[in-house]
Design a protein around this ligand. Sequence first.
Ligand code: TLP
Length: 338
Amino acid sequence: METIDLRSDTVTKPTPAMREAMAGAEVGDDVYGEDPSVNRLQERAAQLLGKQAALFVPTGTMANQIAIRAQTRHGDTVLAGVGAHILRYESGAAAALSGVQVKTLGQDGTFTRAEMRRAIPPRDHHNAPATLVALENTHNAAGGSIWPIDQFEAVALAARERGLRVHLDGARLFNAVVASGIAPQRWAAACDTVSFCFSKGLGAPVGSILCGDGDSIDRAHRFRKMFGGGMRQAGVLAAAAEYALDHHVDRLADDHANATRLAAGLAAIGIRVDPQPQTNILLFHCERDAELAAGLRERGVLVNTMGPGIFRAVTHLDLDTAAIDQALERIADAYESL
Ligand code: TLP
């Protein structure tokens, strides 16, 4: 029985064609800025997002954390939506590495301009000044949801009017782009820095990128070194990332269709799906979570849990429609045996 891995889109393996592109990559020492493949990727990503500069980094976590470090000072407040990856899943890095406190707002990963304005403390030396707003799009913990663009722009504009910087954790920005039809430049224009990952739905084995203005990226470059993320012949990884940009963006629509198919199938079995998936992440609910998790494992279906009674399934490049239908059969069997 073949395992069906719905834990994350990070589990994808590089395709034979991607491996070929990696094997043929021209490389140099990127710490000296001499890797032609990395340099080409950075220029392309900056252009794609309409920013001055970009920096290739090993992980989405590093992209976010150097963005925070480069745009805040110790003792500052960072504002973010509830469930933000930068707070919930990055091992306490914002506190440990940048000395900032993260204050969360809203309910579903998004928040309004009014909620943000209320969360900005008055300028008074009792308070930790809010200097950065971190947005997440798509929002992982909120089930791969997409910010409404008007609200996204209004929040970012209001933050900048108050003198705050705006960072976008766009680990899955291209899922938002493909599902909404809104260009990457438009999402990025509202923000000072934007990170996105090649190692999730885009199917590369390693790699993320941070884009922004020249000064911020220059500062981020220093913190990448400080945090241990200076890579040498990283062109083999940049080649995978470039291959992903060439071949794996439009196909994200297939993952979204598979998530919708999975959601419909789960509902038909009687399992509550909430919210309805907008992209490739799907949250479903079952109170008997430990028993269902065990039943799924026995039947070779891997999913993640996001809290008591909440499961996460993520569709991706390595799962076609037949695999989704097979997963549904096994989930139905496990659910009916509870
Ligand atoms: N998310 C992972 C886990 O850490 C939860 C996943 O399987 O979804 N921002 C967002 C919105 C993310 O979802 C992730 C990864 C990251 C940043 C961090 O990326 P990496 O894993 O490359 O450090």
